[in-house]
Design a protein around this ligand. Structure first.
Ligand code: PHE
Length: 449
């Protein structure tokens, strides 16, 4: 079997893992959720959920992954020698692989829209107006081409392997993403209406911070945003050198993810109010801020159009930002089934990546042609139910299936100070055994009701 890949440096790993975490969930999901759930109250609860629940669950995946040095199916299958636990481990692994693939199948469609909207201002600037209209319209052919192009780019990166593909591209694209994000915020704040948006985003409606629905939404958002529950962080952890300090690296990834979500809110919500100042409708019939696909695909494009020529540059920058965010996440999704297939069959990475990528693109096409019944259903099945459920099982594996000392030994590797004396080790084992699973369970029950 070919040698396993490994990230070449700590910075490379952080870029890749933060790249996975920072995606459409941060730039689209988080700001709109915050806007419709009491602004800063949501932000506050989200911060608490991210550090007290998602971070410990992230650590469970990273530690299991680095310990097992294997894909999610083999890793969970070997956690404990008992046959029933082995079987449950393998089953959970395959469930994770299936969910990662399904998430990618709808994510590629949305990312395809972003690519098309990136192409639109370019086509318009080149005078190809009809192409621009087709790109920003909504047709099967446009959606298929968008998803196909995005899938092809994802496949091209993943087939290059861990260091030459995932790490190299994440390290190039993440700084670019942050630069575009900051430039766009700078621009939006020169426009009328932005400060009103800032007020909505940051003034807390603290009475809502204890609303159970808000707490559960914030928790779910934190899990999706940190790419938890589908083995993404597990497989990235398996490519991490034993010399690195895991609790610290995991904290960095969480911090970057949370910060970029927060900063994205400083762009999206003020931009909405700038659009309103331009006469664009930003509230739906029930008086709620427009939050679904039409926020990104209609409200913001109307704003860009109202800006004239500079709007073309801003539109290209914005949809470029979205496409980059989506790509560094999609490569981490594709790596889950690819690593599993490569390690189980011993076949070459390039061939496997193409094959798995093609199967997932076939799923995307199926969704495109059956959009109404399938799109929302797949999102709900994967992100609302399966991700938290799998996240809970991962915590249970880390907390119960492994011998406590096995994981302690793993964390000690690369740890320059005494981990047993640190807060992390005093709290984390208890957390993943009891608190995390219980909290996630509460989320699931709530979403079922
Ligand atoms: N974290 C990504 C986002 O915020 C989504 C994702 C989910 C990525 C699951 C990988 C695995 O958009």
């Amino acid at each position: 079997m070919s040698q396993r890949g490994q990230f070449s440096s700590k910075a490379g790993f952080i870029m890749a893992a933060a790249g996975s975490a920072v995606g459409l969930g941060n730039i689209w999901g988080f700001p709109t959720q915050a806007a419709s759930h009491g602004g800063a109250a949501f932000v506050l609860v989200y911060l608490i959920a991210a550090f007290l629940m998602a971070y410990p669950a992230l650590m469970a995946e990273l530690i299991i992954g680095r310990h097992a040095r294997a894909n999610v199916v083999s890793a969970l299958g070997r956690a404990n020698p008992r046959p029933a636990v082995r079987l449950l481990g393998r089953f959970t692994g395959y469930y994770g692989v299936a969910i990662a693939s399904l998430i990618l199948s709808f994510y590629a469609i949305v990312a395809g829209w972003m690519l098309a909207h990136l192409g639109q201002p370019i086509a318009t600037a080149l005078g190809a107006d009809s192409v621009g209209q087709w790109l920003s319209g909504d047709s099967h052919s446009r959606n298929l081409l968008g998803a196909a192009t995005f899938s092809a780019i994802t496949i091209a990166v993943v087939s290059q392997g861990v260091e030459q593909g995932i790490e190299k591209w994440s390290s190039r694209l993440m700084p670019l993403l942050i630069a575009i994000l900051l430039l766009l915020i700078g621009y939006v704040f020169t426009r009328e209406g932005a400060v009103e948006g800032l007020r909505v985003y940051l003034l807390p409606d603290l009475a809502r911070a204890t609303d159970p629905k808000l707490i559960l939404n914030a928790t779910g958002q934190a899990f999706f945003s940190l790419s938890l529950g589908v083995g993404t962080m597990l497989i990235y952890g398996s490519y991490l050198s034993r010399e690195e300090n895991l609790p610290r690296i995991g904290a960095w990834v969480t911090l970057i993810d949370v910060s970029i979500a927060f900063i994205a809110g400083l762009l999206i919500i003020p931009a909405l109010y700038v659009a309103q100042a331009q006469g664009v409708t930003i509230f739906d019939d029930s008086g709620q801020l427009i939050a679904g696909p039409s926020l990104i695909l209609q409200v913001l494009p109307s704003l860009f159009t109202s800006m004239g020529d500079i709007g073309l540059v801003i539109a290209a920058a914005f949809f470029g930002l979205m496409s980059i965010a989506a790509l560094t996440s999609s490569i981490s999704m594709l790596e889950v089934p690819v690593s599993c297939a490569v390690e189980q069959t011993g076949a070459g990475r390039a061939r496997i990546t193409l094959l798995v990528g093609a199967i997932i693109f076939a799923l995307s096409s199926l969704i495109i042609f059956n959009f109404e019944p399938l799109f929302g259903w797949v999102i709900e099945l994967t992100t609302v139910y399966s991700q938290p459920l799998l996240g809970m099982i991962f915590c249970l594996f880390a907390g119960w299936a492994y011998h406590r000392n096995t994981l302690l030994e793993e964390i000690k590797q690369g740890d320059d100070c005494q981990i047993e004396q640190q807060l992390f080790w005093k709290i984390w084992p208890f957390y993943v055994r009891f608190i995390c699973p219980l909290l996630i369970c509460a989320c699931l029950i709530q979403s079922l009701l």
